[in-house]
Design a protein around this ligand. Sequence first.
Ligand code: NAD
Ligand code: TDX
Length: 349
Amino acid sequence: MPLSGRLLVTGGAGFIGSTWVRQVLRNNPDVRVTVLDKLTYAGNPANLREIEDDPRYRFVKGDITDRDLVSELAGEVDTIVNFAAESHVDRSIEEPDAFIRTDVLGTHVLLEAARRAGHRRYLQISTDEVYGDVAHGASVETDPLRPRSPYSASKASGDLLVSAYFTTYGLATLITRASNNFGPHQYPEKLIPLFITNALDDEPLPLYGDGRQVRDWLYVEDHCAAISLVLERGEPGSTYNVGGGSQITNLELTEMVLSELGKPRSLIRHVEDRPGHDRRYAIDSSRVRALGWRPQRTLREALAETVGWYVEHPEWWRPLKTGEYLDYYRRQYGARLAASDAGSVVERA
Ligand code: NAD
Ligand code: TDX
């Protein structure tokens, strides 16, 4: 059954939110979408360009912590899908304030507006990072939350508020917790787009620690299909893990990226590790699979597609790697790369 109704999609100018909005408008003729986005460094109107003339879509620039604005927009829709967040772990370690504001307070403002407006559904886009480091096995939705970074703690706090609004007020909430996403339009601070764009310029690839950390990679279009399915068929009050089923070490993934691009392994630099770096994430996605969801591409296929997209769209990513990005890059990697070049970071692989 296609999705219908009036949706408020927060954070819809970001990587995953914009992919979902494009996919939803493509597949559902009777849906109307209002995107609310603050356009932080990570929000990019170019991500929504192909739908900007669609009469079913409108864009509002604003902050999810703005109660008056959110309450006005909530009155015009029947469902909120919340993608808006500060989303980068390294930035949360450097400066956590914005994470608490947007990911915790912002979630509360949205929930309160949904409750007052008597919404049909509220869907929170969350992450596998809320379960914390998982040495063995795979996290299920009922596992305790053990977040370890300011980012994952802010997302876990948001999730707890969502559950409380179901229990206390009977708001028909849903939560999805996805593993590491990748694909076109991802801001080049995250591992895959950072390494693709650096390698294209023959710049070093700063791999944290020994590079043996494990992540489960999920193609963004597959994630977005799962979000639609959960919105349509999910059981109110429930949480759904969405994992790509492609666990791999960062080092192996980096080698795949280099081989796709035909670039040498010598671009890899082992640099000082991320503080509190979670070694492994793994989630059990049986619950969303029982709704009929499956990833449609293998990691290799989706990675090849993604690399191809960055090769063909320098006009999208080159302008991003300027200004504030370069300041961030220097703060994050300058001393680490210098230490690595001076030989004081030993490859423990
Ligand atoms: P992103 O950083 O690319 O986009 C976030 C968007 O939110 C941007 O458009 C930004 O402008 C907007 N935003 C930030 N603060 C806002 C505010 N206060 N008010 C309104 N808009 C605001 O992030 P993404 O990778 O697309 O992630 C989207 C969601 O999915 C996040 O909630 C994230 O926690 C979650 N998630 C991401 C991944 C991943 O691998 N990227 C995996 C699992 C879950
Ligand atoms: O320069 C780097 N070097 C490196 O080794 C960067 C940016 C990352 N890494 C490592 C850290 C992680 O083990 O690669 C792995 C992936 O890093 P990120 O792309 O920063 O993602 P991660 O920290 O795993 O979090 C991501 O997945 C879950 C998203 O940023 C979150 O928003 C999402 O919730």
